[in-house]
Design a protein around this ligand. Structure first.
Ligand code: PLP
Length: 399
């Protein structure tokens, strides 16, 4: 019954399910407070009060027929204008409602833009480590994933390999900064170089390449780090934004695409993306959430809480002798497996009731991802368990 195209996804899903089941089993056996589950990227900070107040007020005061009705497939015009104004204020851009397409979160935004531009066999370049769901999104439209190997020193993109792997089949490049799973922010210098390479290759090969900037973690940056606005670097850029992390609304499914005027055939791309939103079955982004965004467009999550977690965990782990990529943004720490053997490390971690995600789930083996969007208290309780783990696994590889 199940299609051949779905089969690998079904098989892979069982690995994720197994991790979920393992967490449940450990919690039943040892008690929830003695299990340290760092596997999920679910925000631990609640949505700002203004969001919940807006939901209540909108439901009470706005016309229900309008509120629960269909609208333009691109979303409400006033919401799109409010989003554009907010981006302009913060990043000195000049967008308006005709540049903003409201989506059902970033996952949907990525699918919308990939459906809009991909023909079967078109190549999409991604930089390892990366969010492996991209493979499924690209495969949805019979695109081909081209992976650039990780730079294990800086975790910035490997630009020489990138340039080499661009071919006449390249249709898109996906970047994700701040990055899941490393927490690295791509510098302005890196973005300038990526843009230079893309412009050069577009000209050389006579093709158009879309740079898709997947930005669910844009607002989560620490120590005053700047997250450059990518449309300023390269004309054919599409920004894929989400409120899942920035307003802690992952279950509500709301985000947007920015399709700038500078883009080649911008109006046609925008219309096609609007149709893609419809025919993919989203039809439009959730109406209530769009109205909430209209009121809460400049609301912020409690970045300080994540920063506090980041400091405690990063300092704790490095003090124990673990080697970690210092996160500049997002809410993940990418930690090197001392022996390089991910599988045995995960087993050892499990003995301490620590659950983390293997680096191979991000196309970068020999590491694990530790999500610190958890309670501060859980990190405090987990550190002694990490200490026992360090004693075993770091000693073992010194032998
Ligand atoms: N892109 C990256 C890099 C992510 O980490 C996630 C979710 O964790 C998404 C996209 C999907 O986000 P959304 O909930 O907005 O669909």
């Amino acid at each position: 019954m199940i299609s051949e195209k779905m089969m690998p996804l079904v098989n892979n899903n069982s690995a994720i399910r197994m991790m979920f089941e393992e967490g449940k089993r450990l919690a039943e056996k040892y008690g929830r407070e003695n299990v340290y589950d760092f596997s999920l990227g679910n925000p631990s900070v609640p949505s700002p009060d203004a969001v919940n107040e807006a939901i209540c007020d909108i439901v009470k005061t706005e016309d229900p027929v309008f509120l629960h009705g269909y609208m333009s497939n691109a979303g409400y015009e006033d919401v799109r204008a409010a989003v554009a104004d907010s981006i302009n204020r913060r990043f000195q851009t000049s967008f308006d409602e005709n540049n903003i397409l409201m989506t059902v979160g970033a996952a949907s935004g990525m699918n919308v833009i990939l459906k809009t531009i991909l023909d079967p066999g078109d190549e999409v370049i991604v930089f390892a480590p990366y969010f492996l769901e991209y493979n499924a999104y690209i495969n949805n439209y019979d695109g081909k994933v081209v992976v650039i190997s990780p730079d294990r020193e800086s975790f910035q993109p490997k630009l020489s390999e990138f340039e080499e792997k661009i071919s006449e089949k390249t249709k898109a490049v996906i970047i994700n900064t701040p990055n899941n799973p490393t927490g690295v922010i791509y510098s302005s210098e890196t973005l300038t170089k990526i843009a230079d390479i893309l412009r050069k290759k577009e000209k050389e090969l006579g093709i158009q390449i879309v740079l898709i900037s997947d930005e669910p973690y844009r607002e989560l940056a620490y120590d005053g780090a700047e997250v450059p606005y990518v449309t300023k670097y390269y004309h054919n850029t599409v920004v894929c934004y989400s409120y899942s992390k920035s307003l802690s609304l992952p279950g509500e499914r709301i985000g947007y695409l920015v399709i700038p005027d500078e883009m080649d055939e911008k109006d046609r791309v925008f219309s096609a993306a609007t149709i893609a939103n419809r025919v993919l079955g989203c039809v439009n982004a959730p109406s209530l959430m769009q109205r909430v965004i209209m009121r809460c467009v400049d609301e912020k999550t409690d970045v300080k809480a994540y920063d506090k977690n980041r400091k405690l965990l990063y300092e704790g782990l490095t003090k124990l002798g673990f080697e970690c990529v210092k996160p500049e943004g997002a809410f993940y720490i990418f930690m090197k497996v001392p022996s390089g053997d991910e599988k045995s490390f995960l087993e050892e971690a499990k003995k301490e009731n620590i659950l983390v995600v293997p680096g191979s789930s991000f196309a970068c083996s020999g590491y694990v991802r530790i999500a610190y969007c958890v309670s501060y208290d859980m990190i405090e309780r987990a550190l002694p368990a990490f200490k026992r783990l360090a004693k075993r696994v770091i000693k073992a590889c010194e032998k």
